[in-house]
Design a protein. Structure first.
Length: 85
C-alpha cells in the first residue's frame, strides 16, 4: 500500500514542480502560492511514507510517478495557455 501511495504522491509532486517551473517561466504569479502549498503537502507525505517503510524499492513507483507527473504537467500547462488565446 505504501508503494501505491508513493507513486501517487510522486506523480503529484513532480507534476506540481514542473507546473511551478512553467508558472515562473510564463509569469503566472497568482498560481505560485497555491502550487507551493500543495508541493509542501506532497513532500511531507512522501517523506513520512518513506520514513515509515524504508526500502530501496520505493524508488520504482516514485520514478514512474515522476515521469508521468511531468508529462501531465507539460500537457496541462500547454492546454491552459491555448485556452487563453
Amino acid at each position: 500500500m505504501s508503494l501505491i501511495l508513493l507513486f501517487f504522491t510522486s506523480l503529484m509532486f513532480i507534476s506540481l514542480r514542473a507546473f511551478q517551473q512553467l508558472n515562473v517561466q510564463h509569469d503566472r504569479y497568482m498560481w505560485v502560492p497555491p502550487t507551493t502549498m500543495m508541493m509542501a503537502v506532497c513532500e511531507v507525505l512522501s517523506i513520512t511514507t518513506i520514513f515509515k517503510n524504508p526500502t530501496l524499492w520505493s524508488a520504482v513507483p516514485m520514478a514512474l510517478g515522476g515521469v508521468l507527473g511531468c508529462w501531465f504537467s507539460m500537457w496541462f500547462h500547454k492546454y491552459m495557455r491555448s485556452k487563453k488565446r
